[in-house]
Design a binder for this molecule. Sequence first.
Ligand SMILES: [Zn+2]
Length: 298
Amino acid sequence: MRLDDESESNNVEDRRGDSGGGGGMGRVGGLGIGGVLIALVASYFLGVDPRTLLGMAETVQGAQRESPATQSQTRQTIDPANDPQAVEKREVRKILKKTETTWDALFQQMGRSYNPPVLVLYSGKTSTACGKGQAAMGPFYCPGDKKVYLDMAFFDEMTRRFKASGDFARAYVIAHEIGHHVQDEMGITAKTDAMRDKMTDVQYNKVSVRIELQADCFAGAWAYHSNRAKPFLDPNDVDEALAAANAIGDDALQRAARGAVVPDSFTHGTSAQRVRWFKTGFESGDLKACDTFTARQL
Ligand SMILES: [Zn+2]
């Protein structure tokens, strides 16, 4: 991925210096940071809905109530000169900028305007309109405040545990979350939320798979258009994204985590499905081709 001459998005909110309330940096809800990171990757890849996890997080927090003094957030700005994640942060800002440029153009073609989301970098946990956001949820999008939440430690874990490394694998994760924002802007999220109220969990899991695969397809469509407007992909980049998609299908993760596969609990789709839908978007660049909701075969 070549991003050297790319400009950086200003829509990044850096909360890494905040304690986020509770136990402070490095410890979340009584778990060591190592345990949190494992949970973080597992829950993201297993596709647990953030709201479900938020419910769990609230329970955990309620059970481990801290004194008011330690709950208050302390804001400490990270000194850019001494920021150990400065390179990663710059990369995130550049990828975000590329999503803004591309989706802005695509929305204009649809006769609409694109309202870019804010991407929040945080460390450990932070407040969101969807409740308390924790690193243990992995990257997620909150429709309530239209923000993408990302703890960059997640990228290290992707490389270490899931062998999903490479800069474009990271771009794919961000582009997938932006895909959820695009769904929100297009009114798709409102429709699926309405369906959720009338469904059992098992029924809604099937809808969730279609939501997630569409976000993968939108990520692919973004890569297609972004690269066409201004080539930035290296020959092995798409393989990186596909390897990441392949490593993080629900079936692969369940097999890795429990040695068995339970399709009813899938919320993100299988590895093969995730690869197929990223490719659908990437090869056609056609958003209509990303209609996973009417697709007969996923
Ligand atoms: Zn998703």
